[in-house]
Design a protein around this ligand. Structure first.
Ligand SMILES: [Fe+2]
Ligand SMILES: [Fe+2]
Length: 203
């Protein structure tokens, strides 16, 4: 018997790109919710709050520059993942405040007092939240939704590097200890070697 396709020819209300991953066991609605929460974290908690944190690292130009690399790469993560939400049939909330509050990571507000140690601690924990959130997307899509998996894995690569950067800086600043990250700063700010779709979303 011929295989029955769920999406009929000419039907624009359904997507084969969604049906094939649903057929493999992906809970697409849950995946969209996770991607929206992660996008909100990239946009609000990190991109916006990191700007404030970087501004307050005055006097530590080296820390400031690395914070800027992490900040701009989170912007690339936002650009990379948002189109996927729409491809899956989802959308961003039509209200910025609502969107902000959906973020899967805590807001990285300027600590009081805004010392380098306090700021680096916040940055480190923010990266750790991102690693957990993107790992959850990788786990959910591995072997089932290669496109979302690829995007999430590219973002995860950079979040893991960001954690290593801030472990190195915090250990140095707070404890006078050397815990190398294994990485130097990017070749240019916001390089995003894994997550940037050059020429498409980040000209
Ligand atoms: Fe990120
Ligand atoms: Fe990050």
């Amino acid at each position: 018997m011929a295989k029955q396709f769920v999406v009929q020819p000419g039907d624009v209300t359904q997507r084969v790109g969604v049906e094939v991953i649903r057929a493999r066991g992906v809970d697409v609605e849950k995946l969209i919710r996770m991607l929206v929460a992660n996008a909100a974290a990239e946009f609000a908690s990190t991109y916006y709050y990191y700007t404030i944190l970087r501004m307050n690292l005055a006097g530590h130009e080296d820390y400031k520059e690395i914070c800027e690399d992490a900040r701009l790469e989170d912007r690339a993560h936002w650009e990379l993942i948002v189109p996927r939400i729409y491809e899956l049939g989802g959308n961003l909330p039509n209200d910025l405040k609502e969107f902000h509050d959906m973020a899967g990571c805590r807001a990285a507000k300027l600590p009081d007092p805004p010392t380098a140690v306090n700021i680096l601690t916040l940055l480190l924990e923010s990266e750790r939240c991102a690693i957990r959130s993107w790992s959850a997307v990788c786990d959910m899509t591995f072997g089932k939704d290669p496109r979302t998996y690829d995007l999430a894995a590219r973002i995860l690569n950079e979040e893991i590097e960001h954690e290593a950067w801030f472990i190195e800086l915090l250990a140095h600043e707070r404890d006078g200890k050397s815990i190398p990250s294994g990485h130097f700063r990017r070749g240019e700010p916001g390089w995003a070697p894994y997550s940037k779709n050059r020429g498409f979303y980040n000209p």
